[in-house]
Structures are given as C-alpha cells and as structure tokens.
Design a binder for this molecule. Structure first.
Ligand SMILES: Cc1cc2nc3c(=O)[nH]c(=O)nc-3n(C[C@H](O)[C@H](O)[C@H](O)COP(=O)(O)O)c2cc1C
Length: 253
C-alpha cells in the first residue's frame, strides 16, 4: 500500500504550527462552557499507570490572580487573563489508595514525584492545545514554582500537592511574531543520538534568535540563546525547590 495520498496536514497540526505564547488578552470573557470543553478533552491525556496523579485548579477571581502573580514575579498576564489554571502534581489519592491497603506514602521517591509532575504536564499541554483549537490562547507559567508554599496557601493546596505550572488563557489581543525554534537537525535524531548534530544547532540558533529579537525591536545579544540560557541558569534557579517540594510531601529522593 502506498501512503503518498494519506494526509500530511490536519487541524491539530496547523494549530500546533501556528502556536505562540500570548500575554495580552481581549476583554471577551471566557465562558465556563469553554473551560469545561477544554478540560474535559484534556483529561483524556494519558496518565502513567492510570494513576491520575494530578489536580487542576481553575481560577477566575481577580483577587486570587493578583495574589498568585506576586510569587510569580508580578507577571501582569496572570492578573489580566480571564482564566488562570494551575496544573498540580497530586499524590493525595495515591496516598489514600496505599493507606486503604495498609501502606503509606511517606517514603515516596523520585519516580513518584516525576510521574505526578509528568502527568500534570501532559494534562496541561493537552488543555493548551484544546484551547488553541478554539482560538483561545495563552502562556504557561513556570514561575508557579518560585515559591511553592505561597502558591499552596493562596489556592488551598494540601500537603502532597504542588503546582507544577500555571496557564493563562483568554482570547488574544496581540499576534506576536513566532519565536524561531532550534534547527530540527539538532533536535530530531534517527535511530541513534547524534551528539555533533545536537551541538551544531546552537550557533545557527544563536544567530537566528538574535535576528528575531532585532526584527521585533527587542534588545539582543550576538549570541542570543546561549547568552539567555547562561544568564538564567548559571545562578542555579530555584535552588530551594527541592526543600520546598519536600515540605509539600514530595521527597524526590
Ligand atoms: C513550563 C513552561 C513554563 C513557562 N513559564 C513562563 C513564565 O513564567 N512566564 C512567561 O511569560 N512565559 C513562560 N513560558 C513561555 C516560554 O517563555 C515560551 O514558551 C518560550 O519562550 C517560547 O516562546 P513561544 O511559546 O512563543 O514559542 C513558559 C513555558 C513553559 C513550557
């Protein structure tokens, strides 16, 4: 059978190809029915061992969004978006399942913490794509991990739940130019990892990102990507995260 005639395009592929982070929102409200449609689809995401190790908090209240923005570095889009969703890793139901069977989760390890974090991320990305397919756009907020305890207090997360990231959603009031991606030759490998190709992608991307920033009037550096990565990650970001998550009941040990 020849596959030449089978489709290479789909609505989903087009949605993904056109995606970019949106940080400015129209005043158009986002209905509960739309949020329900997005989340009911997203909850069909795969979940490791059928654990459902996540919970999703939908936040509309202006005061709550303002409070959440503070530990997130006062990111204005958190306040401005009509709906903000926290995607949380959640071990509470697993804890209950273990207790019902005479065990406890107190010594949970790195694998369980990762499983819950991956599960939450998959649901979050599925929600993002579902939203985009309806013309609802936004941006993920990893800054929710800046101060996990503050976030937990604001939205009432119990022990064994932490917010992996947030998602601002709304109808877009901007169409920023798409940010270029690292060359595919450095990212996608066939049959075996090609270490030379992986690293060869850096120089062209440094230059492409610089010209992207120049084209949108953003301050740039000759080696834009490596410079940004170094500025952000050489000071060991969120160095207190392991201790903060441990205090929330995730040992990551
Ligand atoms: C897990 C995750 C966390 C992110 N956190 C933030 C954030 O806190 N604030 C923000 O403005 N953008 C955040 N972003 C958006 C990225 O900066 C953005 O995806 C990246 O620069 C690429 O741009 P693009 O999405 O427009 O293609 C996050 C993205 C991801 C995947």
């Amino acid at each position: 059978m020849t596959t030449a005639a089978l489709p290479l395009e789909s609505e989903t592929i087009n949605v993904l190809r056109n995606r970019r982070s949106i940080r400015k929102y129209a005043l158009t409200p986002l209905s509960d029915a739309h949020v329900d449609a997005i989340l009911s689809a997203a909850l069909r995401a795969p979940t490791s061992s059928n654990l459902h190790a996540y919970s999703v908090i939908v936040i509309r209240d202006a005061e709550t969004k303002s409070k959440l923005a503070v530990p997130c570095g006062n990111q204005k889009h958190i306040v401005d978006c009509p709906v903000f969703i926290a995607f949380c890793a959640d071990l509470t139901r697993i804890e209950s399942a273990l207790e019902r069977n005479g065990h406890n989760i107190g010594n949970n390890n790195l694998e369980l913490g990762l499983v819950a974090s991956i599960d939450a991320s998959l649901v979050g990305m599925a929600a993002y794509v579902a939203a985009e397919s309806l013309g609802i756009q936004g941006v993920m907020i990893g800054a929710m991990r800046n101060k996990p305890e503050d976030i937990a207090n604001i939205i009432g997360l119990p022990e064994r739940v932490y917010a992996v990231f947030g998602l601002c959603l709304g109808y877009p009031a901007e169409t920023p130019k798409q940010k270029p991606r690292m060359p595919v030759t450095g990212i996608v490998h066939h049959e075996r990892y090609d270490a030379d190709a992986a690293l060869a992608a850096i120089d062209p991307y440094d230059a492409e990102l610089k010209s992207h920033y120049d084209s949108v009037g953003k301050e740039s550096h000759p080696n834009s990507w490596t410079h940004e990565v170094d500025a952000k990650f050489s000071p060991r970001p969120r160095d207190g995260l392991r201790a903060a998550l441990k205090a929330r009941g995730f040992n990551f040990a």
